[in-house]
Design a protein around this ligand. Structure first.
Ligand SMILES: Cc1cc2nc3c(=O)[nH]c(=O)nc-3n(C[C@H](O)[C@H](O)[C@H](O)COP(=O)(O)O)c2cc1C
Length: 180
């Protein structure tokens, strides 16, 4: 899939097929996280892949939408080794979700509501924090899925986002759209 189309078409998927994800697909997604750039190349992340059903179910009690994890084939927990690494963690999360999307895998970030239980369930050391939990799986029937062939312009024309002129400026803040 074209990188630009993957980026503009990526929507969160919260309902998944039950089938497990192949190991090579999971590895490619994790490698996309590992390849992410970070401040001073510190790579302040650890990715915990969870595919055991019992652990996914237990993790579901730690997020605001348990159904996301109850239905997921896998989860990747992004743990950070520095409290100042939120931006880096966000980049790694998006890279993994985009790689997944391009491989036909839907995903959604889940903000933990109970980090203590996440720590216990994953045996996290004291010096790491949980950034987010990515739920993943092949999109369930009727769910949004990566377009096989679409024009990015057509995708952009119907997305649920603020108009470009409201969020992008040229030269100074608030000064018209960035579009030339
Ligand atoms: C930092 C962050 C935290 C989020 N937390 C959750 C969450 O806890 N549960 C959830 O279902 N979606 C969560 N989302 C997904 C957002 O709701 C989603 O990105 C937004 O509504 C746009 O969705 P769309 O791309 O499908 O239009 C989160 C997204 C971000 C960026």
């Amino acid at each position: 899939m074209d990188a630009y189309l993957a980026i503009v078409s990526k929507r969160e998927v919260r309902r998944y097929r039950a089938e497990p994800l192949p190991e090579d697909v999971l590895t490619r997604i994790l490698e996309a996280g590992r390849a992410t750039g970070s401040s001073r190349n510190r790579q302040p992340w650890r990715f915990i892949l969870v595919t055991e059903r019992a652990r996914l179910n237990a993790l579901s009690t730690c997020v605001s939408r348990p159904s996301n994890l109850l239905a997921s084939a896998a989860a990747i927990v992004i743990a950070l080794t520095s409290p100042e690494a939120a931006f880096d963690g966000g980049r790694a999360a998006q890279n993994m979700m985009l790689a997944a999307w391009a491989l036909g895998v839907g995903s959604c970030p889940n903000t933990p509501t109970d980090a203590t239980d996440v720590r216990r369930l994953l045996a996290l050391p004291d010096d790491v924090t949980v950034a987010t939990i990515l739920s993943m799986g092949r999109p369930a029937p009727g769910e949004r899925r990566p377009p096989r062939a679409a024009r990015p312009e057509a995708v952009l024309a119907r997305i649920d986002r603020r108009p470009l002129a409201e969020v992008a400026f040229r030269e100074t803040y608030g000064d018209g759209a960035a579009r030339a």
